[in-house]
Design a protein around this ligand. Structure first.
Ligand SMILES: O=C(O)CCC(=O)C(=O)O
Length: 260
C-alpha cells in the first residue's frame, strides 16, 4: 500500500484519485463470483430505473460481516487510504455493488453523493467513496464521469431529475462549461477514491459488455450520522493488513502486533 503527499494533494485539488491495480485479478474474480449467487447480493438487491426507463440495479448494505465485501472494505489498501484522504479516522457507512449490465444498465444523473447523504443525517461533507472496477469501465459501457475540482463548490441542492435525485439541470449546464469533464476509464481492480461533493454521473450501458463495480462509502469519525429516531450512528472501521481478500485466506499480522 503506498500513498504519497502528491496523491493527497491531487485528491484535495481534483476531488478524486485513481489508483491502478489495487486488487489482483484473482481477487476481482472472487468478487465477481460473489456477484453471481452470493448471499449478500441476493438479500440486498434494489431495482429502480433511469429517465429513459433503463434498469438501474444495485445491491446495498450497511453492515460489515465476514464476507469478501467486508474484507475489501476493511483491507488496508482501501481503509488506510480512506483514512489518509479523509485526514482522520473513518467510520464505515455502506457498501454497494452497481450492476450496470450490458445493453440494459441505466444512467445516473449528475449528482453529489453528499446531495443524498446530507438528507440522511450527516452533518458535514467529510465523506468519501472508493469505487472498485470489477469490469473494465469504458466510455462505451458507461464509466463514471466527473467534473474535476467541482467538490469545491460545496453541497448543491438536489431535487427530482426524471425520477432520480440529482443536481439542478440548469445549474449543471453552467457548471459543465466551467469545469473539465473527465471520463474515468478504469481497468478491473483499480480504485477511484472520490469526495462526497464531487459532481459525477454516468451514461447508460448500450454496449455488449457489463460495467459492474463495488463502491465502499465512509464518513470521517467526527461526522456521525444522526438518524431519524435521534440515534447517532457511527460504525467502526477496523483496518486489516491482509495479503489478499480471497475467501479463506488468513490476515497478515498487523505490524504493531508483531512488535509486541
Ligand atoms: O455506478 C454508476 O454509474 C454511478 C454510481 C454513482 O453515481 C453513485 O453511486 O453515487
Amino acid at each position: 500500500m503506498s500513498i504519497t503527499f502528491q496523491d493527497i494533494e491531487q485528491y484535495r485539488r481534483d476531488g478524486y484519485l485513481l489508483v491502478d491495480d489495487v486488487f489482483a485479478p484473482e481477487e476481482v474474480e472472487a468478487m465477481l463470483n460473489e456477484v453471481h449467487g452470493g448471499k449478500r447480493l441476493s438479500e440486498s438487491e434494489l431495482n429502480t430505473s433511469d429517465t429513459q426507463g433503463n434498469k438501474v440495479k444495485l445491491a446495498y448494505w450497511e453492515q460489515l460481516i465476514g464476507d469478501i465485501w467486508s474484507a475489501a472494505s476493511t483491507d488496508a489498501r482501501i481503509a488506510l487510504r480512506v483514512r489518509l484522504l479523509l485526514g482522520e479516522e473513518a467510520s464505515f457507512f455502506h457498501g454497494k455493488v452497481m450492476l450496470k449490465e450490458a445493453r440494459t444498465g441505466g444512467a445516473w444523473e449528475w449528482h453529489q453523493d453528499y446531495g443524498y447523504w446530507y438528507n440522511q443525517g450527516f452533518l458535514y461533507p467529510g465523506m468519501i467513496s472508493a469505487f472498485v472496477a470489477l469490469d473494465a469501465a469504458t466510455v462505451e459501457n458507461g464509466c463514471l464521469r466527473v467534473l474535476k475540482g467541482s467538490h469545491k463548490l460545496g453541497r448543491l441542492d438536489h431535487g427530482n431529475v426524471g425520477g432520480q435525485t440529482g443536481a439542478d439541470p440548469a445549474r449543471m449546464k453552467e457548471l459543465e462549461g466551467m469545469y473539465e469533464t473527465v471520463h474515468v476509464t478504469m481497468s478491473p481492480g483499480s480504485v477511484l477514491f472520490f469526495d462526497a461533493n464531487l459532481l459525477h454521473c454516468s451514461a447508460a450501458n448500450a454496449s455488449d459488455r457489463h460495467r459492474r463495480s463495488f463502491i465502499m462509502c465512509y464518513s470521517a469519525w467526527s461526522n456521525p450520522q444522526l438518524t431519524r429516531n435521534g440515534i447517532v450512528r457511527r460504525d467502526a472501521c477496523p483496518i486489516v493488513d491482509r495479503a489478499t481478500i480471497l475467501p479463506g485466506a488468513t490476515a497478515r499480522q498487523p505490524e504493531a502486533d508483531v512488535r509486541q
